[in-house]
Design a protein around this ligand. Sequence first.
Ligand code: ZN
Length: 79
Amino acid sequence: MIRMPLPWLVFTALFIFLAGILFTWICYEIARRRGEAGKLRTWTRCPVCAFQYKVNPSLRVLRCPQCGGLNEHRRIKTL
Ligand SMILES: [Zn+2]
């Protein structure tokens, strides 16, 4: 059996609890960013009218449904 003083026991339990929260937070943030990147891959913005629309990422040349202009597929950049 491991013997330790009560303050160290409380500190250890608190440290393990906060480490678990930090680990969960980091995993959630990584999953959220991957989901956003996958979503933005299928969306593009027309350079003529700035209309955003969903596209097939395998197509190189696209027709804007708003103004009818032909565009290349470009990813929408985020800050
Ligand atoms: Zn357009």
